[in-house]
Design a protein. Sequence first.
Length: 328
Amino acid sequence: MPSGTTEPLVVAGAGIGGLTAAVALAAHGIPCSVVERSPALAASGYGIQLPPNATRVLHDLGVSLDAVSLRPEAREIRRWSDGALIGRVPLGSAVVERYGAPYLTLRRADLLRVLLDAAGPVHFGRSWAGECPVIGADGLHSAVRGLMAPDAPEPIGFTAYRAVLPPVTGFPPVVTVWLGPGAHVVAYPVPGGLNLVLVGRPSLDGWHAPVRDLVRAAGPMRGFPLYTRPPLPAWHRDGSVVIGDAAHPMPPFLAQGAAQAIEDAFALPSYLHDLAAFEALRRPRTDRVAGASSAGGVEYHLPDGPRQRRRDEHIAAASLSGQDWLFT
């Protein structure tokens, strides 16, 4: 981005990446102006998982989520038909001890509200109108991305159905994932409720009764088709740059989309005058995470058979140390 300017940078998008970028820029003494085309902060009460690679960044920026989050004790993978435990990886204190930051579950709206309080004023109801330089944090349907390539979102063939239930008596304080043919279900507590996500076919005939009971209790679940976009030839052009989903959208199967946007936002202020170096730093990381996320769309939905059994053996042998590449 050009040096010597006295005008504040424009950040397009008041989502997780854009607000974190505003906080990070302020920490470097760099003024910015955040514009958001929506008339108000997104009000979604759906849940989100924040792994330690994200919460460590937010802690370093002075953003505390303690009052609005929970710390699940583990991540459990279970079988679709009978709920049998396939594998378990500890989270809770084990994650803090190993990575120096917690694994959190919370409501997306609460995360955005805390980031907004830290980021300062946002100009709602305003779209990016060609200001340069601009930091495009405007998500999957990014307008800023159009500076880099004339592509469009492409469906990946999955729909995520989401709901937040009232607290469910007896549900353990863990992130639980049931894997089955053509679908998987994720459930985890958030403050004041239980977040539920079903990805794949909405019919769960033959699934373990407690899973079907959760989906039934949720009532009609809102469906969100999942999309991707082709890799950009470059994340920057003429002093503008894209981050987060605007640069590298990825499916949610590793719960890393928001975390990678937060990582981008944290790194960017040190590279404003060398955006090629910023991309060289971040792109290998996001490419690897996106590739692993995309692989989950196949591995999570395998029909019963030899390949499914090999997957389950791998999951059973997994340990927290296997997440070092992702959580560090």
